[in-house]
Design a protein around this ligand. Structure first.
Ligand SMILES: [Mg+2]
Length: 319
């Protein structure tokens, strides 16, 4: 069990949690109100970490200047009309090979250890769990953290914060490709939204189809129990899905750097709030996140009360 149990212990188990294949919990037939899980969903690059994760170790290891690398990626993607993410995943290994640097899966995981995080990120998971534990006023409220990133599963696996996530959805390689590692999964900006629905429907096993219709009532984590954290244009589809479905979104920017992008997102109605990416207790981000959590907790209590009423009526009849 991962972070959903953290309302009692502020730390994750340390082991990588298994993807949940939990089926939907239905409403009135159950003996307790089931929609009490809060999900905080994060983008990684620029949201939890200041720079794209490849810049900390992979690119230096193959002797690439990040600016030159991304410029080349963008040029090739444009000229070839290629997907920019497939282009970067391919180019990283093409260059490693050209320089005779071998980087296998274990090496990528090891590279994750040096990825930089914004201030307070490591303590954040425990602090938020503590905040909810004190204020829930309802038994059984659970908290989960999820990561949805265009970056690499392997690098994220090596970061210090991996154990805090209930599940991580990110791009990934097939390493047994005959020549260069081959993209196994590529998570594009719009593709990210699929994973929001997986969390919403409780269909987190990637072998299962997400497209089958599931009535709102049967979805274990309503969007109204979710907050999405992102930092820019690549998060617009996810923020739009969240907001259109009654969920919440917060935009962040590097502390001390321009907040123009966040202001644009805020003015366009993409996010409820924005704040510098300072995750320490007492920061603007902490305060605005907990405001939304207060609202989610109040909503859970309201929904639970209405559920009890409906259940009573079903059992005893309307008279
Ligand atoms: Mg980002």
């Amino acid at each position: 069990m991962a972070e959903q149990t953290s309302l009692r212990s502020s730390r994750g188990s340390g082991a990588s949690p298994k993807p949940q294949a939990a089926g939907p919990s239905t409403s009135a037939s159950k003996s307790s109100f089931g929609k009490k899980t809060i999900a905080l969903v994060y983008d990684f690059d620029g949201t939890l970490s200041p720079r794209p994760m490849q810049e900390y170790t992979f690119l230096p290891k193959i002797g690439e200047d990040p600016k030159t690398f991304w410029r080349e990626c963008n040029r090739i993607a444009r000229e070839q009309e290629a997907d920019p993410l497939i282009t970067y995943m391919h180019l990283m290994y093409q260059k490693a090979k050209a320089r005779n640097v071998r980087i296998d899966r274990a090496d990528l995981v090891a590279l994750g250890r040096d990825v930089e995080l914004f201030p307070g990120v490591e303590a954040w998971f425990g602090e938020i769990a503590e905040y909810i534990r004190i204020r829930a006023e309802s038994q059984g409220v659970a908290l989960r953290h999820y990561l949805i990133s265009s970056g690499l599963v392997e690098i994220i696996e090596g970061t210090r914060i991996r154990p805090h996530f209930h599940n991580v959805f990110a791009s990934e390689y097939w390493f047994e490709a005959y020549d260069l590692p081959y993209p196994k999964r590529v998570i594009t900006d719009t593709g990210k939204t699929q994973y929001l629905f997986r969390i919403n429907k409780g269909i987190e096993s990637l072998g299962q189809s997400i497209n089958e219709h599931m009535p709102e009532d049967a979805r274990p984590i309503p969007f109204s129990n979710m907050i999405y954290f992102g930092d820019g244009d690549t998060d617009v589809p996810s923020m739009a899905v969240m907001r259109k479905n009654g969920g919440h979104a917060i935009a962040v920017h590097t502390p001390g750097k321009s907040r123009t992008k966040c202001v644009d997102l805020f003015k366009a109605g993409r996010c409820d709030f924005f704040a510098p990416a300072d995750y320490r207790r007492g920061s603007e981000l902490f305060r605005r996140t907990t405001l939304l959590i207060d609202r989610i907790l109040a909503n859970i209590r309201l929904e639970e009360e209405a559920w009890r009423l409906r259940r009573g009526i079903e059992r005893k009849g309307a008279d």
